[in-house]
Write a protein that binds this ligand. Structure first.
Ligand code: PLP
Length: 401
């Protein structure tokens, strides 16, 4: 019989979203009249903007004619999208990159998971907690030793460099689930750590479009020296509503080196190019045309409107909760509000209370790591109406009686 990858047996089952769905369904079945509002999802709800839809429609028309039909494209992505990224995401922020350092993909989930293919199994991996669970699970699958970096309210839920060695470090800023953002100083401390330890930073910037403060970095390459120690992951999912359409990119600078066990230096860009073009056949042309449209003047205006819509929700949640005396993180520069549960309730006890007393669904913080216990995530991706109604229910229940 075939042998399996036994590392998979070490994975902890993730019941987070299935348990939420089950609890919600059971409550709704018992209370069919209840108007349950979900502020739990991490998925966008606003449609693709008109500029993206038009670009995709035009690309479909191109595909329908023999003269303009396209089959396989470059695995790394089309020039028009890579150039738009270089110009708008990087040059505009003072970062110079080459086109062959950008790899278009079908998502940051795939990229943050797949990057492990080019990295040795003996590397020690440091992962902040709480955080997007894909980093832990993909490294468990690879059999790497994981060292958790617990974060807490005292440190603003921002991971700081540890006093031990790691070879790979995942950073997520703005963070899912805490909504906290690493500032220039904090990122510079990580770049210094990486240089000192010879570590590779894996910087997930999936929520960078939510950052409004110009002083906050949107790319780790805004920190001098980062090109020699960091890979960056960006996604069109939350920036422009591509969660269902699928488009993202990874930046692997040519200055980035790894080494063999014998100490021979090898370019990570070369390895990733080989891995990407061997196991991936390109993001669809139609999708890449849609993604490129967000960089036009019209596209920028339109995605900014949608981002502003979510930001308003985030602020509404944050302000309402703060007024009620909750301790909150995030909610600015992020679609996530991270709140401390009242009266020492566990994350799941608070989930049950919200569902039963307020008919509001959120996400228990403990689902994102042990340091999330006693915390709870609400998201700004609902409608204004639902968000407002949910906060009215909070005020009624938690306000001074
Ligand atoms: N990175 C983080 C931190 C996320 O929260 C998510 C999705 O929720 C992703 C990556 C996945 O992005 P994509 O839709 O591009 O796969």
């Amino acid at each position: 019989m075939v042998l399996i990858n036994e590392n998979f047996l070490q994975l902890k089952d993730s019941y987070l979203f299935s348990t939420i769905a089950q609890k919600r369904a059971a409550y709704q079945a018992a209370h069919p009249e209840a108007n349950v509002i979900s502020l739990g999802i991490g998925d966008v709800t606003q449609p693709l903007c008109p500029a993206v839809v038009q670009a995709m429609t035009d690309a479909v028309a191109e595909m329908s004619r023999a003269e303009t039909f396209r089959g396989y494209g470059p695995e790394q992505g089309y020039d028009f999208l890579r150039q738009a990224i270089l110009e708008h995401d990087y040059r505009a922020r003072g970062v110079e990159l080459d086109e062959d350092e950008i790899f278009i993909s079908d998502g940051s989930k795939s990229d943050t998971g797949n990057i492990g293919d080019i990295l040795g199994a003996a590397n020690i991996v440091a992962i902040p907690d709480p955080v997007y669970p894909v980093y832990v699970d993909t490294n468990v699958m690879a059999g790497r030793e994981i060292k958790i970096l617990p974060t807490s309210a005292a440190g603003g839920f921002c991971a700081a460099p540890p006093d031990f060695h790691a070879d790979m470090v995942y950073l997520c800023s703005p963070n899912n689930p805490t909504g906290t953002v690493l500032d220039r100083e904090q990122l510079a401390a990580w770049v210094n750590y990486a240089k000192r330890e010879g570590a590779l930073l894996l910087f997930d910037a999936a929520y960078k479009a939510f950052i409004t403060d110009p002083a906050l970095p949107q790319s780790i390459y805004e920190i001098p020296g980062a090109k020699e120690c960091a890979i960056e992951f960006c996604s069109f999912s939350k920036t422009a509503g591509f969660t269902g359409t699928r488009c993202a990119f990874a930046v692997v600078p040519k200055a980035l080196m790894g080494q063999t066990a014998a100490g021979e230096k090898v370019s990570l860009n070369t390895l990733w190019n080989r891995r990407h073009s061997t196991k991936f056949n390109g993001t669809p042309y139609i999708v890449q045309r849609g993604a490129a449209a967000i960089y036009t003047a019209e596209g920028q205006k339109q995605i900014r409107q949608t981002l502003a819509y979510y930001r308003e929700n985030a602020l509404l949640i944050k302000n309402a909760l703060t007024e009620l005396g909750f301790t909150c993180f995030g909610g600015e520069h992020s679609p996530y509000v991270w709140l401390q549960t009242p009266n020492g309730l566990t994350s799941w006890e608070f989930f049950d209370l919200l569902l039963e007393k307020l008919n509001v669904v959120g996400t228990p913080g403990s689902g994102f790591g042990a340091s999330g216990e006693g915390y709870f995530r609400l998201t700004a991706f609902g409608s204004h109406e639902q968000t407002t109604e949910a906060m009215e229910r909070f005020k009624k229940y938690f306000g001074k009686k």
